[in-house]
Design a protein around this ligand. Structure first.
Ligand code: NAP
Length: 353
C-alpha cells in the first residue's frame, strides 16, 4: 500500500510519516518545499507540489492508494489537496478539525468522490475521529435524540504552531451551531451547559462553547434535534486569550516565535477525554466516554489506521465522517493497545452530570 503524506515536513506530518513507516507502508513525502521534504524523507520518494498548482498536486498523488493531508490551516490551503486526491483516484484522510472546511468538503466533493470511487474522510485526527465515534455509539442507544452534548477535556497539551494557527483561523471564520435539525452561525449563542462533571472527577468544571467539527459530522449519522459542543474552560489559557485579542495580522509573527510543538518528553503526557451525553426524545439517556494520551502521537496512529482501512476497501465511496466510514466500536477497540479507552453506559446509570 502506497500512502502520500502531504505536509510531511510539518510537526504532525513527520509523526504521520514515521507511523506509516512503522506500519510497513510505502510512503511518498509531499509538500511545497523540496529541502524541507528531503530532511524528513529518509529514503522515501519526494514529490514536490504547491497548493496553487492543481496539475502538480494530482501528479504528486498519482499511483498512491491514499493521501493523508497534514498541511493547514485547512480552510486556507486544504481544498486543492482534497480535489487533487480525488483527481488522482486516491482515497483521502486528514487531520483537519475546522468546521467550515469540513462543511465545504461535504458540500463540494460528495458527488465527485462517489463518481471517482474514492472515500474522503476528513477529520480523522485525535479529536474528531474519537468524538464522532463516541457520539455515534452513545446516540445509537437512545435515538432519536432531543439533545446531544459533546464535552471535551484536555490536559497538559502544548499546542503545535499549526494547531494554534488553525484555532485562530476558526476564531476568524466563526463557528456553527446545530439546532432544530439545521446548522446555523453560532454568533451570539450562549452555551446551554456552563458546567460539566467529567468522568473520574468529583467536582463540576466550568465549560465554554467549543467549535468542534463534530457539529458538522455527527448530525449526518445521529438523529438529534440539537447538538452542543463544550470544553473545560481551562483550555483557554491566558496566553491563548491574549493572542486572540491581538489584531489578526499580528498572529503569524507571534506564532512563528513559539516552539514548533511539544518536545518528545512532553508530547506523551498530554491527555484528552471526550464525553458524549445523549438524551432521547423519550427522556432515555446514554453516556459515552473516550480517553487517550499523547494527543499528537494519537493523531498519527488514527490517521494512518484510517488510511490503511480505506486502502483495504473498508469504506464506501463518497465524503464520510469517521463514524460513517468505519465501524466505530471496532475501530476504537483496535486502538486499545495505543491507550485508547472507551465505554458507553445507557439507562439509569447514565445520569446527566
Ligand atoms: N486534529 C488533529 O488531530 C490534529 C493534530 C495535529 C495537527 N492538526 C492540524 O494539522 C495542521 C498542521 O499542523 P502541524 O502542527 O503539523 O503544523 P506545522 O508544524 O506548522 O506544519 C504545517 C505543514 O503545512 C505545510 N504548509 C503550510 N502552509 C502551506 C502552504 N501554503 N502550502 C503547502 N503547504 C503548506 C507546511 O509546509 P512547510 O514545512 O513547507 O512550511 C508544513 O508541512 C493544522 O491545521 C493543525 O490544526 C490536527
Amino acid at each position: 500500500m502506497k500512502v502520500a503524506v502531504y505536509g510531511a515536513s510539518g510537526y504532525t506530518g513527520r509523526l504521520v510519516t514515521a507511523e506509516a513507516r512503522r506500519r510497513g507502508l510505502e510512503v511518498v513525502v509531499s509538500g511545497r518545499d523540496t529541502s524541507r521534504l528531503r530532511e524528513v524523507a529518509e529514503g522515501a520518494e519526494v514529490r514536490v507540489a504547491g497548493v496553487d498548482d492543481a496539475a502538480a498536486l494530482a501528479r504528486a498523488f498519482d499511483g498512491c492508494d491514499v493521501v493523508v493531508a497534514c498541511a493547514g490551516p485547512f480552510s486556507r490551503i486544504g481544498d486543492p489537496v482534497v480535489r487533487a486526491a480525488i483527481t488522482a483516484g486516491a482515497h483521502y484522510v486528514d487531520t483537519s478539525a475546522e468546521q467550515l472546511f469540513l462543511r465545504h468538503v461535504f458540500d463540494t466533493y460528495a458527488e465527485r468522490a462517489e463518481q471517482a470511487g474514492v472515500s474522503v474522510v476528513p477529520a480523522a485526527g485525535f479529536d474528531i475521529l474519537p468524538g464522532d465515534m463516541i457520539a455515534h455509539l452513545a446516540g445509537a442507544e437512545v435515538e432519536p435524540l432531543d439533545e446531544l452534548t459533546i464535552a471535551y477535556q484536555t490536559n497538559d497539551i502544548d499546542m503545535t504552531r499549526g494547531t494554534i494557527r488553525s484555532s485562530l483561523q476558526v476564531v476568524l471564520d466563526g463557528d456553527l451551531a446545530y439546532e432544530d435539525g439545521q446548522w446555523r452561525r453560532a454568533e451570539g449563542l450562549a452555551v446551554k451547559r456552563t458546567s460539566f462533571t467529567f468522568p473520574g472527577q468529583s467536582g463540576e468544571r466550568q465549560t465554554a462553547r467549543w467549535p468542534g467539527a463534530e457539529i458538522v459530522t455527527v448530525p449526518r449519522h445521529v438523529r438529534a434535534r440539537r447538538v452542543e459542543i463544550i470544553t473545560d474552560a481551562a483550555v483557554f489559557t491566558p496566553e491563548m486569550i491574549s493572542l486572540m485579542q491581538l489584531p489578526a495580522d499580528q498572529w503569524d509573527a507571534i506564532i512563528g516565535q513559539l516552539p514548533e510543538g511539544p518536545s518528545e518528553e512532553r508530547r506523551p503526557v498530554a491527555d484528552f477525554t471526550i464525553v458524549a451525553e445523549a438524551v432521547g426524545v423519550d427522556g432515555r439517556r446514554a453516556t459515552g466516554a473516550v480517553h487517550a494520551t499523547d494527543i499528537y502521537g494519537s493523531a498519527a496512529v488514527f490517521t494512518v489506521e484510517a488510511a490503511r482501512r480505506l486502502a483495504a476497501g473498508e469504506a464506501k465511496a463518497g465524503v464520510l465522517s469517521p463514524a460513517q466510514a468505519f465501524d466505530s466500536a471496532a475501530f476504537l477497540d483496535w486502538l486499545a493497545p495505543y491507550g485508547v479507552e472507551w465505554n458507553v453506559v445507557a439507562g439509569d446509570q447514565a445520569n446527566a452530570s
